[in-house]
Design a protein around this ligand. Structure first.
Ligand SMILES: NC(=O)c1ccc[n+]([C@@H]2O[C@H](COP(=O)([O-])OP(=O)(O)OC[C@H]3O[C@@H](n4cnc5c(N)ncnc54)[C@H](O)[C@@H]3O)[C@@H](O)[C@H]2O)c1
Length: 270
């Protein structure tokens, strides 16, 4: 499907983006796995190469223009010009998280949030999307079929409780996706985002499930707001990714944020 396309994936050493990397390699793309954790990036690229695909692991900090520019030189030299950019590096930080849903004295409240922690989360998700785009989109201008995918979240359209920094940051990612789609519309670069619903990954497992595998309070709340009544699997994002990258299937689609959420967004709760 993506024979000889060059795909660059930031955060490629992580849970979701390592799956993206394997799928793209399986579909014939040459994959650059960029991650601040070089060992994690190498592990993913080694696995792909051992399976007969083509990948390189590149250590890269998405918050540094210089670091991303160096990574881009390596990618171009070893794989060629970037066709697909997936801005996957992102995430939350406890320093941008309140203890409870609504204000109460005596617990970590909005007033106790460390401004540096808040700034870190905004920076990672928003500038961590902007900077790699500034670097790699230059190689994509006027090349029909080139495509950028950002990773938003269900906390963007309506903020999730307790995570104000992450919610604001992902709302920024969705908004920036639309802005960029318009900006590059006549330069042959399509820009879309995927907004995953709730998936169980190593990072959030303890928040959602107890040791015996039953749901925590927060897990229960999520399931009761997900009409399909289950969490998603990382592999369930792959169809959306293939569709949005493939010019044959989605060549007239730009500027959308595609929910993959078991109906969460559509559900009002009543
Ligand atoms: N897991 C979910 O349920 C879920 C839901 C919605 C959205 N997302 C989003 O999907 C994306 C991937 O999430 P994940 O669950 O796979 O997370 P993850 O923590 O497994 O992966 C993130 C990767 O980004 C890398 N990274 C962090 N800071 C970086 C930096 N400055 N430069 C380069 N790389 C950096 C990390 O080393 C890690 O390998 C994130 O943007 C996340 O916000 C995840």
């Amino acid at each position: 499907m993506f024979q000889n396309k060059v795909a660059v994936i930031t955060g490629g050493g992580g849970v979701l983006c390592s799956e993206f990397a394997s799928m793209l390699a399986h579909e014939g793309a040459k994959v650059a796995v960029l991650d601040i954790n070089k060992a994690a990036a190498d592990k993913v690229s080694d696995r792909i190469n051992e399976a007969g695909g083509k990948a390189i692991g590149v250590g890269c900090n998405v918050l540094s223009f210089e670091s991303v520019s160096k990574a881009a030189e390596i990618v171009e030299e070893q794989l060629g010009k970037c066709d697909f950019l997936i801005n996957g590096a992102g995430g939350n930080n406890p320093k941008g998280t309140t203890d409870e849903e609504t204000y109460r004295e005596g617990v970590k409240s909005f007033f106790d949030l460390d401004p540096e922690g808040f700034r870190f989360v905004l920076d990672l998700n928003i500038n961590g999307t902007v900077i790699p785009t500034q670097v790699f989109a230059r190689h994509m201008i006027d090349r029909v079929g080139s495509s950028i995918i950002n990773i938003s979240s269900m906390s963007a359209p309506s903020p999730m409780t307790r995570v104000p920094a992450y919610s604001a940051a992902k709302a920024g990612v969705s908004n920036f996706t639309q802005w960029l789609a318009v900006y590059f519309a006549s330069s042959s670069i399509r820009v879309n985002a995927i907004a995953p619903g709730f998936l169980v990954t190593n990072q959030n497992k303890e928040l959602l499930l107890t040791k015996d595998g039953s749901l925590t309070g927060r897990g229960q709340k999520i399931i009761s707001h997900t009409p399909m009544r289950r969490f998603g699997e990382p592999s369930e994002l792959l169809g959306a990714l293939k569709f949005l990258l493939d010019y044959e299937q989605s060549g007239f689609i730009t500027g959308i944020v595609l929910p993959v959420d078991g109906g969460f967004l559509a559900y009002s709760g009543v």
